[in-house]
Design a binder for this molecule. Structure first.
Ligand code: ZN
Length: 139
């Protein structure tokens, strides 16, 4: 079995279909409340700030900073055996304080990662076809 196919990937579910469809177009979008204007993550039927139901899918710059990270060295999933070490990071997106996305940092030496380091989104295609938002250190 191809380990890349076995590596888990997200299955779009209710409320997140537009997010994953935009990723497949290499666009990062999130719900933006039509009442208070704040972004929210994860997709939700109600604004997490003001409880309004109305929203649009608004584009994001794809830029942010590293607020925390971990280097995975032990493959807890069989498909990760050939991928370790890899980096999982929390990215605070530039559009809003506290708007955090958990993702992978790629093409990075783990020793060069620092708090508040600027990053930019890139999209990596899973062998099953879904494009996944990941981040690289910004230059
Ligand atoms: Zn709101």
């Amino acid at each position: 079995m191809n380990d890349a196919f076995a590596f888990p990937y997200p299955i779009p579910e209710y409320g997140a279909e537009a997010y994953w469809a935009a990723c497949n177009e290499e666009r990062l979008v999130m719900q933006r409340c039509a009442a208070c204007g704040k972004f929210r993550w994860h997709p939700s039927p109600l604004c997490t700030h003001c409880s309004d139901e109305r929203f649009t899918w608004a584009p994001l710059s794809g830029r942010g900073k590293i607020t925390t990270w971990t280097v995975i060295t032990h493959p807890v999933h069989p498909a990760a055996v050939t991928r370790v070490p890899y980096v999982v990071a929390q990215i605070e997106l530039d559009e809003q304080p506290g708007l955090n996305l958990i993702s992978n940092l790629i093409d990075v030496d783990p020793d060069r990662i620092a708090f508040d380091a600027p990053v930019a989104v890139t999209f990596v295609t899973h062998p099953a076809g879904q494009k996944l938002p990941m981040f690289r250190l910004a230059r």
